[in-house]
Ligand binder design. Structure first.
Ligand SMILES: [Zn+2]
Ligand SMILES: [Zn+2]
Length: 169
């Protein structure tokens, strides 16, 4: 659904919506949404900008960075976003954004697609590094064995990073 300033001039928009799994794509399938996603938002005009406040809740599944096994990621995120049309910048000579407006996003076209907001917020709630458990041993870089399940006989690799000695293995 498209949130447009024209409609917001008439009334604010209050939406509660559920997206079933497989409706939204997250980075070409890098994350799979395994529960229905619930989103509720309130959108209103704030001067020339559009303010969207709300919350998303769902559950994702992705692969462990170390062993490639499945990892569930709970998503439960509140947001408070401000958007400005790119058309308003095009008209201004300077594109310098004041420091207190760094959190302003921009939209192109007629309005803001709710699904885009939802997708962005879901991806932002995924941690930088996803591992199945803190002590996941990962895959052997030589033979590919899952070291959580089997001990292979590959010789240990030469330490190749300054952090290698910190692992204590
Ligand atoms: Zn793992
Ligand atoms: Zn191995």
């Amino acid at each position: 659904m498209l949130i447009t300033p024209q409609e917001l001039e008439l009334h604010r928009i209050v939406v509660s919506k559920t997206y079933a799994p497989n409706v939204l794509d997250y980075r070409g399938g890098e994350f799979r949404q395994i529960d229905p996603l619930q989103v509720s938002v309130v959108a209103e005009l704030a001067g020339a900008e559009i303010r969207i406040r709300g919350a998303v809740k769902t559950r994702l599944e992705t692969s462990c960075d170390r062993c490639l096994g499945p990892v569930g990621i709970p998503v439960d995120r509140d947001f408070d976003l401000t958007y400005r049309s790119v058309r308003t910048i095009a008209r201004e000579e300077e594109i310098e954004v004041p420091a207190d407006e760094l959190n302003v996003g921009f939209y192109t076209g007629e309005g803001i697609e709710l699904a885009d907001v939802v997708r962005e917020q879901v991806i932002l709630s995924v941690p930088m590094k996803v591992i199945c458990r803190a002590d996941c041993r990962g895959l052997c870089p030589t033979c590919g064995a899952d070291r959580n399940r089997e001990a292979c006989r590959c010789p240990a690799l030469e330490p190749d990073s300054p952090f290698a000695t910190l692992k204590g293995e």
